[in-house]
Design a protein around this ligand. Structure first.
Ligand code: GLN
Length: 490
């Protein structure tokens, strides 16, 4: 059983293909691992019966010679993706026991290719957060612990359940979403690989909206190759999302292992921020050395508007959130707390249903969109956003990709930043720029800190050039040879 759950997605698909084991056996092993991992709080809903039913159907398809690209592989689904007939909550009380009557396009693509659903994964409420502590189901605990300590660490957020589940070997891969870093930062905190593709690569249809111009789906996986396999399935044009790009999906896995010789890698000098731990600085230098050894040319570049990215993000994202979340009024679905009149019912429902961080975002968003402040804040933030995208355009005239750290620290303790929203927002300093510019970004585990906790490096690519990121990510993965695993305590 242990050996089946420790496989990579690729190894598991190979094992299914050569009939070393069935999907039913593989799924059973993962269902048991999920059930045994309750202390992580990674899953908010387990669907073992559905998983075994899907596994049996997969085995039957394979026997008929009709297996798809992911046939029989058990995955976890972030609870921001609507799943038909299966409770979908965005980890908010306001959605209550909402059961969608439709399937998100991304998950539908995974099932089309034969994947098996183990259940729904925990996240920060409406994906707002960097530590998973805003979830209505309580935080996820990182399977990693600092050496010599039993303190509970955050797996990062908002896709903390996805990252923890992959790191703990209780699913072969997971869906996640990234509005300002929610795939990459949790991947960095858990020693997993995460990629946020170019805006428009994955359909947003059926994904609960946070900030629509920034939200993108992507995978969290055990290896770069696994991430490529998953992203290929998840991607594709969808007429149901007006921002979905009508373009071919490249064969992402074929880019992994390709030579990176001659590629030009930019090192943005503005990412050397004050107070960054020396270990992260060292890891970045190490990453530069690895790529140089692999034949890349290293070029210093400047992204001069970087320092305005975080404030711009924390205007644009709440502005869009305040508009998107207006739909939760207790009238159509989810929670309803009746009042004496219509306004009171709205007020009671929203007061009871939303958590503190979500309320904070709605207040900020409503404020920056209000008539008197719209130009001063919202319009200004949009101008900054344009400048940030222009910075990347300039840099990409000279280089093929950029290399930076993923996050300014390793995983921190649960509770450590919970009362200080600004300290929490600083986690996103290296990741939000990528969302503001709509570019692809990937986090690859590259080393551990002095306490044995994983650290990640981030690759940023040109729009639609995920292929180059998979080649470079593969090169870093090979050089880093990151094999550490969290010691099992759960
Ligand atoms: N941590 C960021 C936020 O709280 C990003 C979240 C995300 O990417 N969903 O908004």
């Amino acid at each position: 059983m242990t050996s089946l759950t420790s496989l990579t997605l690729k190894a598991a698909l190979d094992g299914l293909a050569d009939k070393s084991f069935s999907s039913e056996e593989l799924t059973q092993a993962h269902v048991a691992a999920v059930a045994a991992a309750k202390p992580l709080n990674a899953f908010v809903l387990e669907t073992p019966e559905k998983a075994l039913e899907m596994a049996k159907a997969s085995d039957a398809r394979r026997a008929r010679g009709e297996a798809g690209a992911l046939d029989g592989a058990p995955l976890g689904i972030k609870d921001l993706f609507c799943t038909e007939g299966v409770r979908s909550t965005a980890c908010s009380n306001i959605l209550g026991n909402f059961v969608p009557t439709y399937e998100s396009t991304v998950t539908a693509n995974l099932w089309r290719d034969g994947a098996v659903m183990l259940g729904k994964l925990n996240l920060d409420e409406f994906a707002m957060g960097s530590s998973n502590e805003t979830s209505a189901f309580g935080p996820v605990t990182n399977p990693w612990r600092a050496e010599g300590s039993n303190a509970k660490l955050t797996p990062g957020g908002s896709s903390g359940g996805s990252a923890a589940a992959v790191a703990a070997d209780i699913c072969l891969g997971a869906t996640a979403t990234d509005t300002g870093g929610s795939i990459r930062q949790p991947a960095a905190f858990t020693g997993t690989v995460g990629i946020k593709p170019t805006y428009g690569r994955c359909s947003r249809w059926g994904v609960v909206a946070f900030a629509s111009s920034l939200d993108q789906a992507g995978p969290i996986a055990k290896t770069v190759e696994d991430a490529a396999i998953l992203l290929k399935s998840m991607s594709g044009h969808d007429p149901k999302d007006s921002t979905s790009l009508d373009i071919e999906t490249p064969d992402f896995p074929s880019f992994v292992g390709k030579s990176v010789k001659g590629l030009r890698i930019g090192i943005p000098k503005e990412y050397r921020v004050d107070g960054m731990p020396p270990e992260i600085e060292k890891l970045w230098e190490q990453g530069i050395a690895w790529l140089r050894e692999a034949g890349c040319e290293i070029v210093e570049v400047s992204l001069p508007h970087t320092k305005y990215a975080l404030p711009a993000y924390y205007i644009v994202a709440p502005a869009e959130a305040s508009s998107n979340l207006a739909r939760y009024d207790g009238m159509r679905y989810g929670l309803r707390v009746d009042g004496g009149n219509l306004t009171e019912t709205y007020e009671n429902t929203r007061a009871a249903g939303f958590g503190a961080e979500v309320k904070r975002r709605i207040l900020i968003g409503t404020y920056v969109l209000s008539a008197g402040y719209y130009d001063a804040y919202y319009v200004k933030a949009l101008k900054v956003r344009r400048r940030i995208a222009d910075d990347f355009d300039q840099a990409f005239q000279k280089v093929d990709a950029l290399l930076t750290p993923t996050a300014p620290s390793a995983a921190f303790a649960l509770g450590e930043n919970a009362d200080d929203p600004v300290a929490m927002y600083l986690n996103d300093i290296f990741t939000v720029t990528v969302n503001l510019a709509g570019l692809p970004g990937m986090s690859i585990p590259a080393g551990v800190d002095a306490n044995g906790l994983p650290l990640g490096l981030q690759l940023i690519g040109k729009a639609l050039d995920e292929g180059t990121l998979f080649s470079l990510g593969g090169a870093i993965e090979k050089a880093a040879d990151f094999k550490a695993k969290p010691a099992r305590w759960w």
